[in-house]
Ligand binder design. Structure first.
Ligand code: HEM
Ligand SMILES: *[C@@H]1O[C@H](CO)[C@@H](O)[C@H](O)[C@H]1NC(C)=O
Ligand SMILES: *[C@@H]1O[C@H](CO)[C@@H](O)[C@H](O)[C@H]1NC(C)=O
Length: 315
């Protein structure tokens, strides 16, 4: 009986666990033991020259994982089809050159071994560390995909989403509401263009011009940045006041109604998500721990088939 029960339990667990493929921490231990350090060094050096690099690398990995799994489809160049990187929602995707440099370094050490998808996952972790955030051990062994379609970027969550739309977008990828709240903390880094929060500061709905859930002083400053004759080309603002430092300021801002996107402020909409926002706002350690765990879960959504020789071109 005990045997039957345990077989059933194993069967059940394997059915309900989302695509957790055979990734492992020591995947390149024998085939390319120095790859990881080479990537870390390139990310660290690039960050020293330009402190906006960590944000870009973290977002690249997120976009990669949310479309076709973490298969480096976000890195492919357009050919006959327009690729993800040239599609809508590519605003502020940058730092591709850092991934190219990392691939070049790793190919010189051990040609044809390390996938571009693994390089992205490692670079995202190194980016968070370079910005002062937590370290985690990255499981490796992802394969690269052969397809990238601009049209599929419409499957990314939108900054205008409410809580249930966000939950749906995450659960479709095997990610929980806890993952949603922790991973949204990635918005402690980086920059946003006006178009991403324009919905909140003008023509919000038929009764309110401005989203009533946005702090009036923030609304005022966003409106002055994003409208009028002085509006700069590529106008926008930093994601939080300490946007090159990976800290828990993002959650503190939300508690003051100073989240930038509807999707950020939406985390207060339910008691469960609100209590997590409270927890991470009051404990950087709790945020770091949750973020690292959720990053491992997000970056374990796999999808590819090959190890690309050039991250921009399928073999
Ligand atoms: C929860 C759903 C999410 C939505 C709706 C969302 C949306 C956005 C939008 C609209 C931007 C600004 C683009 C621009 O105007 O230039 C942005 C930037 C960014 N996002 Fe998200 N995002 C989400 C989740 C995530 C996750 C899970 C991460 C990483 C863990 C992440 C990391 C970033 C970073 C670092 C930036 C700044 C990029 C830069 O400065 O180069 N986002 N996001
Ligand atoms: C984003 O897409 C536009 C075309 O829609 C393209 O011109 C631009 O180069 C793309 N940006 C990046 C970083 O690839
Ligand atoms: C506009 O938004 C506010 C705040 O979310 C809401 O209370 C109000 O009912 C909305 N008005 C309409 C017409 O949807």
């Amino acid at each position: 009986m005990a045997l039957v029960a345990s077989v059933l339990i194993i069967l059940f667990v394997s059915l309900v666990t989302p695509k957790l493929s055979a990734l492992s921490s020591n995947y390149y231990q024998n085939t390319c033991p120095t790859a990881e350090y080479a990537i870390t060094k390139i990310v660290r050096d690039a960050t020293k020259k330009d402190n906006t690099i960590p944000a870009a690398l973290l977002r690249l990995h997120f976009h990669d994982c949310f479309i076709r799994g973490c298969d480096a489809s976000v890195l492919l160049n357009s050919k006959k089809n327009t690729a993800e990187k040239d599609g809508p929602a590519n605003l502020s995707l940058h730092a591709f050159f850092v991934i190219d440099a990392a691939k070049k370094a790793v190919e010189a050490l051990c040609p044809g071994i390390v996938s571009c998808a693994d390089i992205l996952a490692l670079a995202a972790r190194d980016a968070v560390v370079a910005a002062g955030g937590p370290y985690w051990d990255v499981p490796k062994g992802r394969k690269d995909g052969r397809v990238s379609r601009a049209s599929e970027t419409s499957k990314l969550p939108s900054p205008t989403f409410d809580l249930s739309q966000l939950q749906q977008s995450f659960s479709q990828r095997g990610l929980s509401t806890d993952d949603l709240v922790a991973l949204s903390g990635g918005h402690t880094l980086g920059f946003s263009h006006c178009s991403s929060f324009q919905n909140r500061i003008q023509n919000f709905n038929s009764t309110h011009d401005i989203d009533p859930s946005i702090h009036p002083s923030l609304a005022g400053s966003l409106r002055s940045i994003c409208s009028g004759k002085n509006k700069a080309k590529n106008a926008g603002t930093s994601m939080d006041p300490s946007s090159t430092v990976f800290d828990n300021t993002y959650y503190k801002q939300i508690l003051q109604n100073k989240g930038l996107f509807s999707s950020d402020q939406a985390l207060l909409a339910h008691p469960k998500t609100k209590s997590l926002v409270n927890k991470y706002a009051s404990s950087k350690e709790a945020f770091y721990k949750a973020f690292a765990n959720s990053m491992i879960r997000m970056s374990s959504i796999t999808g590819g088939q090959e190890v690309r020789r050039d991250c921009r071109i399928a073999n």
